[in-house]
Design a protein around this ligand. Structure first.
Ligand code: HEM
Length: 264
C-alpha cells in the first residue's frame, strides 16, 4: 500500500478513513450531539483529582447510597412523581416472578404451546391466577411506563441535565413494547397467530430489506415452530436481560442528575 511521509496511507482505504473521521468530527461538533452527549450529562463532576472530587466519589456513589445523601423535600412527595417510575419497576419484578412460574409449565412448540397453557389454566394450582397476573401486569406496565413518560414530559424533566436519561427512557419504552409483543405470540391461539402474521407482514414492507427483515423475525418463510422458539427466547431471556441493564443505567442517572427534578 502507498504511504505518505508521515507514515499514513494514501490509498482509497486511507482516504475513506480520513473522510470518515471528518464526518464523525462534524457529528460530534454538531449542536444535537452536544446536547445529548454533553460530558456533564454523563459524568457530572469530571475526573480532576481534587479533595472535593474525591469526597464526591464516596457521597455520590450509587452503590454506597442508592438514596442520595440529601433528598429534596419535593422529591419524596408522591403527588410529584405519582410513583409511576417505581410502579413500572414493581410491575417488571412482578412480571419476572410470575413469568418464572409460567416457565415451569409452558413448552414453546407449535404442537404443545396451546395445550400447556390450557393445562396451566385448568390443572395447575393457582395457574389461572398467575397467568392472569402476568397478562394484566404486562398491560399495566405498558400503561404505567407511558404515563411515567408523560409525567416526565409534563414537568420538563427531559431538559438538561437529564437529556441522557430521557434517551435511556426511550429505549426502555421500546423494550417494554417489544416484551409485550413477543409475549403475545406465546399462547399460540388464533389471536396471537394472526396478530403476529399481520405485524410481520407489515415489517415485510420495509424498503429494500423487507423480505430479510420478515425472515429474521419469523425464523422461516412463514409463521411456525421456528417463529415461536425465536420469540420465546427473546421474551424470556434476551429482552429481560437488556432491559435490566438499561434500568440500572436509568436509576444510576436519576441519582447522578441530582435526584428527581423540581424547583431548585
Ligand atoms: C421500564 C421502564 C421505566 C422504569 C422502570 C423507570 C423508572 C424510573 C424511576 C423509578 C424514576 C424515579 C422517579 C419517578 O418515579 O418518576 C425515573 C425517573 C425518570 N425517568 Fe424513568 N422509567 C422507565 C421508563 C422511562 C421512559 C419511557 C422515559 C422517557 C422517555 C423515562 C425518563 C425518565 C426521566 C427523565 C427521569 C427523571 C425524572 C425527574 O427527575 O423528574 N423513564 N424512572
Amino acid at each position: 500500500m502507498a504511504t505518505t511521509a508521515d507514515g499514513k496511507g494514501s490509498g482509497p482505504a486511507a482516504k475513506l478513513k480520513e473522510k470518515g473521521n471528518e464526518v464523525w468530527g462534524n457529528v460530534q461538533g454538531s449542536q444535537a450531539w452536544g446536547a445529548i452527549f454533553r460530558p456533564g450529562s454523563v459524568f457530572r463532576k469530571g475526573y480532576t483529582d481534587s479533595p472535593r472530587n474525591r469526597s464526591y466519589v464516596i457521597m455520590n456513589n450509587v452503590l454506597y447510597h442508592l438514596h442520595p445523601v440529601k433528598v429534596k423535600r419535593h422529591a419524596v412527595k408522591v403527588s410529584y412523581t405519582l410513583c409511576l417510575g417505581g410502579l413500572s419497576f414493581f410491575l417488571f419484578i412482578l412480571l419476572t416472578v410470575t413469568g418464572i412460574f409460567l416457565m415451569f409449565f409452558y413448552r414453546p412448540t407449535a404442537t404443545d404451546a396451546w395445550q400447556t397453557v390450557q393445562t396451566l389454566e385448568t390443572g395447575v394450582a393457582f395457574g389461572s391466577l398467575v397467568r392472569n397476573m402476568h397478562r394484566w401486569g404486562a398491560h399495566l406496565m405498558v400503561l404505567s411506563v407511558f404515563l411515567h413518560m408523560s409525567r416526565v414530559f409534563y414537568h420538563g424533566a427531559y431538559k438538561s441535565p437529564r437529556e441522557f436519561n430521557w434517551i435511556i427512557g426511550v429505549v426502555l419504552l421500546l423494550l417494554t413494547l417489544l416484551l409485550s409483543f413477543t409475549g403475545y405470540l406465546l399462547p399460540w391461539d388464533q389471536l396471537a397467530l394472526w396478530a403476529v402474521t399481520v405485524g410481520t407482514n407489515m415489517m415485510g414492507y420495509t424498503p429494500v430489506f423487507g423480505n430479510e427483515v420478515r425472515f429474521v423475525l419469523l425464523g422461516s418463510k412463514e409463521i411456525g415452530n421456528d417463529t415461536l422458539l425465536r420469540w420465546y427466547v427473546l421474551h424470556v431471556l434476551m429482552l429481560p436481560f437488556v432491559i435490566v441493564i438499561f434500568m440500572a443505567v436509568h436509576f444510576w442517572r436519576v441519582r447522578k442528575d441530582g435526584g428527581i427534578s423540581g424547583p431548585l
